[in-house]
Design a binder for this molecule. Structure first.
Ligand SMILES: [Cu+2]
Length: 148
């Protein structure tokens, strides 16, 4: 295929993609869950996987939910055998890569749950991305103590 034609087809594909936006076009979200915490816990942690299926860098900017007072994006750091958490301004999502939020690493810090959350419950959390899209996502609450 000649180069001009290839470029024209690529441009057409972009145009068509723009005409028929699908919520799944940019970021594929998988395995969203919240770790069950003891009753009265002031904060819980949420985990998920974000796969950027586009050709452009994206980022996760914010998370919001009616089920919590406030949500921050956190990274766990390991310094001299100690673990501590820092808030990050955003989470970069390089094109074609999967970013994993998991215990001991990136997580959504979910402050002050408005109701007790137990294994099997679900909460909705809205994620806002750098391309201006927002996705309302169901997180399943899991008790992981049983699964070790
Ligand atoms: Cu945290």
């Amino acid at each position: 295929m000649n180069r001009a034609l290839a470029a024209a087809l690529a441009a057409l594909a972009l145009l068509l993609a723009g005409c028929a936006p699908s919520p799944d076009d940019g970021v594929l979200i998988e395995d969203a869950w919240v770790r069950e915490a003891p009753p009265g816990a002031r904060a819980l942690a949420g985990y998920l996987q974000l796969r950027n299926r586009s050709d452009a860098p994206l980022a996760l900017l914010f998370a919001n939910s009616d089920a919590f007072d406030r949500i921050e994006l956190h990274q766990t750091l390991h310094d001299d055998g100690r673990m501590r958490m820092v808030e990050v301004d955003h989470v970069p999502l390089p094109p074609g890569e999967t970013v994993v939020f998991a215990p001991g690493g990136l997580h959504l810090m979910l402050f002050a749950p408005r109701a007790p959350l137990q294994d099997g419950d679900a909460v909705m959390i809205e994620l806002t991305f750098s391309d201006g899209t927002a996705r309302d996502l169901r997180f399943e609450v899991r008790d992981v103590r049983d699964r070790r």
